[in-house]
Write a protein that binds this ligand. Sequence first.
Ligand code: PGA
Ligand code: ZN
Length: 425
Amino acid sequence: MPKIECVSAMEILDSRGRPTVGAWCEFASGARAWASIPSGASTGRAEAVELRDGDPNRHGGLGCRKAVGHVNREINSALRGKSFADQRQLDETIIALDGTPNKSKLGANALLAVSIAFARANAMEAKKPLFEHFASMVDESSQTLPRLTINLFSGGKHAGGQVPIQDVLIVPLSASSIDQGLADASAVYRAATALCARKYQMRPLVADEGGLAPPFPTIDAMLEDAVESIRSPGFAPGKDIAIAIDVASSHFFSEGRYHLEGRSLLPGQMIDQVAQWVERYPIISVEDALAEEDWSNWPALQRRIGNHALVLGDDLLCTNPQRIAQAIESDAASALLLKVNQIGTLTEAAEAHALAKKAGWSITISARSGETEDDWLADLAVGWSGNQIKVGSITRSERLAKYNRLLMIEAQTRWPVANWPKAKP
Ligand code: PGA
Ligand code: ZN
């Protein structure tokens, strides 16, 4: 069992130019690993607390010096000179040190940076690739790579709200490798770039996750443009390449209604609207079609579209085992969007993962809209046998870091890409 020499952290900037936390974990043996962590913009209310300094004179209050200080002082003092049998023991120690239900004392950003740096140092120590080390943390033996879901068009909070839906993603279904999936996605992205120039006189400027974000007049126009971009390089929509959407509807839900394109929809009407999109377009996964607090209507959504598309919970679930258990109990969803920083440690995210797997759900391992150049998410998606991975588009290097790491893992393992999960019977 390696002994921790020290842990330390520093503030760095993420892909939006906002501060985030990176941490070192150093073992007495000399193994020394770094990990930096992402940050969301379209966040769920039940997420663990990302500790920010709140000093308006520095980074608009978003500085992470307090969180960094907590790693350098409290967390380092608690870990220095100690050995931990496994990730769980380390995570339980820092969770107890924080002592709050939502990690508001030390900050989930401080805890997660240490949690992942520790995992990476252990992988180094064992001379194992990180994905293999991640696999040993969960009960996973399936040797597959995650199916890509790649951002094509952006809206909502990632693109200044020019259209209410947050993501239209493409899913390369006929591609049997990551390499082919990226090539196919790139052909569609090029076609979409040309479409944006022709229809919207837009240069290919990209949003937070690298998606194109022209001023679509309507949601239907956005979805039709996606289908046209799939078709124009010669792909069959729904067969070669399908569509996934993140409605991120919590952000246009208030007082029991969904405020969408000038309409004010009751939950039942919102379900009708989503069902119509699923019928009309080759959509196979729908994330956050209903709002995070609209729990009672999720089961009806699931009954309505669950045979045709994954009912994927992001803000609803917040990678939180208690919320996931509640959703399984009420049959509110069929898939988990897993974002480790929503919960704050690898061990708790592994619990979320185990619950979802046991319920027969599909799992999409996801990045955040604010990312760094770190690529651990690709290893996590492989090690934890994620059915899908959601990293953003194929532009912007913080996204490509993960795709390029997947290419490396593919070259090393030659594992096949996971099949799209079968629809619920
Ligand atoms: P976020 O959004 O990373 O900005 O929170 C991503 C998502 O909603 O899937
Ligand atoms: Zn989402």
